[in-house]
Design a protein around this ligand. Structure first.
Ligand code: NDP
Length: 451
């Protein structure tokens, strides 16, 4: 894997965030949401784990406990990071880093960055995914390591991840100041914004180790599959069987993560990688929020083995797989359209498109193609609809006794509606009149005919 190619100027940031976020919210709202997320997300992870594992999944039970015992009660339930937890995290992180560096993969060029660089990646995600899953199941099968240890130390692991990832984000902040990897970096002069949104778009260690590929894909997304399997195995070891609800949940999550790694080089063209810098928002999110919150419907099912019956289980499974497929097909369609420079078929026909020009931060004029047919002609962010529905379908096996398993669906809906607005605003400032034309041709932002 080669390093990014460099251009001359360093990207400037605005007072309200990275380039990508500068026009979206007022400065006051931006500061308020940043400080809120920085302070509230860590305790929320612990409260969610505590409620799922020790309070029967009941928010009311946790609320009553906190009302009775106050802050001291909360401190008592916050698990301290233990040596076992640190060991599990260190082994997993080292294993994933080694796979990222050592497994072969084809050379892939990322999209041109705002500063005019083109990052180069090694596409070995599928191999890393297959090796990880086989190794994890193999360790269990041959009695070398029992995944129930992970479940039994889950609170300590999340606690260690919260602190460890915070320190990692401080490292990213210092690196961004002292030794940025490319010209896609820079400070807005405000410590909190720099820490929260990040300093660098493509930070690397040495020439080959891409930090965002590690945090987002190989640690975050991979942990989703590993932890989903852990929940399934824990239920099996505790009850001697796996409920159909847990099976549907685990299969859908594994299909989703498999799809992610199948399409990983497409992910390197999305906002997370191509626009959002490496800071607390994206890196802490992938290192802590993904393994804890994204996997939480499965965490609930461990102690609530709902029996769905074969027919209902199959309906949910098929509906979930269909949504994951549609989400994949939306991403594939856009990627294929851009890769072939519009010379492909979209739903069996030549695509309709807008040729949009824009100026990079170094002053160069470039062109991009905007697809206006297929999924991308239904609404400007139609792919978020099947994304949210997939999450609903792997949660609904929990049925409706408690609200908490649905927290991820709710969170994802808010995240993606906000993201659609953020992306629209960024594209409007990037493409100007061309984006206006796209909005006239495709008037709805997410849900055709409604929003
Ligand atoms: P996209 O992959 O949709 O990327 C948006 C970018 O695509 C825009 O910034 C623009 O970039 C380009 N673009 C926009 N419209 C068009 C068009 N009509 N034709 C061609 N290119 C266009 O964004 P996301 O990163 O949000 O989504 C990627 C995937 O990740 C989706 O499947 C989404 O559901 C999923 N996702 C999942 C999340 C989760 O937490 N589970 C969170 C976020 C996303 P450019 O500057 O190149 O023109």
């Amino acid at each position: 894997m080669a390093p990014t190619t460099k251009s001359k100027s360093t990207t400037k940031m605005s007072a309200t965030g990275t380039e990508t976020n500068k026009t979206v919210h007022s400065p006051l709202l931006t500061y308020f949401s940043m400080i809120s997320l920085l302070t509230l997300c860590p305790p929320f992870v612990i409260l969610l784990w505590y409620t799922m594992v020790h309070a029967d999944g009941s928010v009311i039970e946790t609320w009553n406990y906190l009302r009775q015992h106050g802050l001291q009660g909360f401190m008592n339930i916050w698990p301290r990071p233990t040596v076992v937890a640190w060991k599990i995290i260190a082994c997993y992180a080292a294993f994933e880093a080694a796979l990222q560096l050592l497994l072969p993969g084809k050379r892939v060029e990322g999209p041109i960055s705002p500063a005019g660089n083109r990052p180069i990646y090694k596409a070995n995600g599928v191999a890393a995914y297959v090796v990880t899953i086989i190794t994890y199941l193999g360790l269990w099968w041959f009695g070398i390591f029992n995944p129930t240890v992970v479940y039994d130390h889950l609170g300590e692991i999340y606690s260690a991840l919260i602190f460890g990832s915070f320190i990692f984000c401080i490292f990213l902040y210092i690196k961004g100041h002292l030794a940025p990897s490319s010209t896609d970096s820079g400070s807005c002069g405000n410590l909190i914004i720099d820490f929260y949104w990040g300093m660098e778009l493509y930070p690397r260690i040495g020439k080959n180790f891409d930090i965002k590929v590690f945090t987002n894909c190989r640690f975050g997304m991979m942990s989703w599959a590993v932890i989903a399997l852990t929940y399934c195995i824990k239920q099996y070891e505790a009850n001697g069987r796996v409920s159909d609800s847990m099976l549907v949940n685990t299969i859908l999550m594994l299909v989703y993560v498999s799809k992610f790694f199948w399409w990983e080089d497409g992910y390197w063209n999305t906002m997370d990688i191509a626009h959002d810098r490496a800071g607390f928002y994206i890196c802490w999110g992938c290192l802590v929020w993904v393994p804890s919150i994204y996997t939480s419907p499965g965490m609930y099912l461990v102690n609530h083995p709902v029996h769905l019956g074969t027919q209902l289980a199959l309906y949910i499974l098929v509906a979930g797989i269909l949504c994951i497929y549609i989400n994949y097909d939306c991403d594939r369609q856009r990627q294929e359209f851009r890769r072939t420079n519009g010379k492909c078929l979209v739903w069996g026909k030549a695509p309709s498109k807008i040729v949009a020009s824009y100026t990079t931060s170094s002053g160069e004029t470039k062109t991009s193609l905007l697809l206006t047919s297929g999924w991308w002609g239904l609404s400007r962010h139609f792919h978020y609809v099947p994304e949210i529905l997939s999450a609903f379908f792997w949660t609904v096996p929990a049925l409706f006794n408690h609200f908490l398993p649905y927290f991820y669906v709710l969170f994802l809906t808010i995240l993606l509606l906000d993201r659609a607005k953020r992306d629209d605003d960024r594209c409007r400032s990037k493409y100007g009149k061309f984006w206006k034309l796209y909005c006239e041709k495709v008037p709805y932002r997410v849900i055709p005919g409604i929003y």
